[in-house]
Ligand binder design. Structure first.
Ligand code: KG4
Ligand code: ZN
Length: 347
């Protein structure tokens, strides 16, 4: 059967078997989703490889994706108790991300789709992060508001449908995860800094005011570069004086200054657009202060807050498989075999 007809036959189906592939940054991942369940979720992280460089080196990331991907896909199928024959469609992240890294996942997915004559489904990485919420909340139906907070994005999105997204707020400079990583590096914490800052923040108090001169932000326009500079100046000043840096308090104060305006903006967006459900997603959605702050904001302002388990917040292929499943169910995002990576893909 023609591959497009195979894809069209998946419309409205709940038991489609999807193989998801993710390689947009430093995680090589594959997962199998079927019948409302994640059957496998394999992640080969390159964190140890990039750690000594203090961040992801794009060329090294691409090369390691090439090395790891075949075994990761095999493992995901094996854990799911399946072969490629059992898969109905292949979903792959084609953007946004590092161009060379994306190219590895996209080329591999195209090769698998071509060799097996299975439909290929293109997946937007940001949409995949949002759809990670569907894994543990099958009753999640748009409309809802989504906050995507990751290493590359800080976006507040009005989700009108699983195929209709409207950006209502974002950062004008650094992404929040990027700010976490830069602050971590400044105070000597290992890459990726976010989880380390999170751990130390819980031991400190938010007693340092990094936002003294900050003017009230315009709705929907977030900024992290000023906050990052304030932390840099504070730390350099102490170092020049030969004083100890109160690392735990710096982490707690930075975290509060990063997370609070984000939560305020989400609350305001939910109010303006009349949303009763808010989901959070992306690597920074595993941050404990953001999770707790969002739960409290939901209770106070009367909206439901959903968040994926931390394993589905940071990059993974389960979210890619689920996004592809939702696309197949609606009959959208079918990709021809000339699909290419799009580094700056937007929502
Ligand atoms: O979603 P993700 O895995 O990759 C991108 O799409 O960017 O997000 C990675 C980002 C990194 O900046 C990492 O430091 C941050 O998420 N991150 C955290 C935490 N866990 C991961 N930031 C703050 N607290 C955490 N617990
Ligand atoms: Zn991501």
């Amino acid at each position: 059967m023609d591959v497009k007809r195979k894809f069209d036959a998946l419309r409205g189906k709940e038991d489609t078997v999807i193989l998801g592939i993710e390689s947009s940054c430093d995680e090589t991942a594959a997962a199998v989703y079927s019948g409302g369940r994640i059957l496998s979720n394999v992640i080969s992280s390159q964190i140890d490889i990039h750690r000594r460089f203090g961040g992801v080196v794009p060329e090294i990331a691409s090369r390691n994706h090439t090395l790891a991907l075949p075994a990761v896909v095999d493992e995901a199928l094996k854990e799911a108790g399946m072969t490629l024959n059992d898969v109905n469609a292949i979903g792959v992240t084609y953007g946004a991300g590092l161009i060379g890294a994306l190219l590895v996942g996209v080329s591999s997915a195209k090769a698998l789709a071509y060799a097996t004559n299975k439909p290929l489904i293109k997946v937007n990485h940001i949409e995949a992060h949002i759809c990670a919420n569907y894994i543990e909340h099958k009753d999640l139906k748009p409309p809802f508001l989504a906050l995507v907070a990751s290493g590359g994005h800080t976006s507040i999105i009005d989700v009108e449908g699983y195929n209709k997204y409207k950006l209502v707020g974002s950062t004008t400079d650094d992404a929040i995860g990027e700010a976490f990583d830069k602050v971590a590096r400044l105070i000597g914490l290992e890459y990726p800094g976010g989880p380390n800052v999170d751990r130390l923040a819980r031991l400190g108090k938010p007693v340092i005011d990094f936002c003294k001169k900050k003017k009230p932000h315009e709705f929907g326009r977030l900024s992290y570069s000023g906050l990052k500079t304030a932390v840099v100046n504070y730390v350099h000043n102490l170092r020049q004086k030969g004083e100890n840096i109160p690392v735990e308090d710096v982490c707690a104060s930075f975290t509060a200054a990063a997370v609070e305006p984000l939560i305020e903006t989400v609350v305001e967006a939910a109010r303006r657009f009349g949303h009763k459900t808010v989901v959070i997603a992306g690597g920074v959605a595993s941050n404990s202060a953001l999770r707790e702050g969002m739960k409290k904001a939901g209770e106070k302002n009367n909206f439901k807050v959903l968040m994926p388990s931390p394993v589905y917040c940071t990059d993974n292929a389960a979210m890619v498989a689920v996004r592809a499943f939702l696309s197949a169910r609606e009959g959208v995002n079918f990709a021809e075999l000339d699909l290419g990576p799009e580094s700056n893909l937007r929502i």
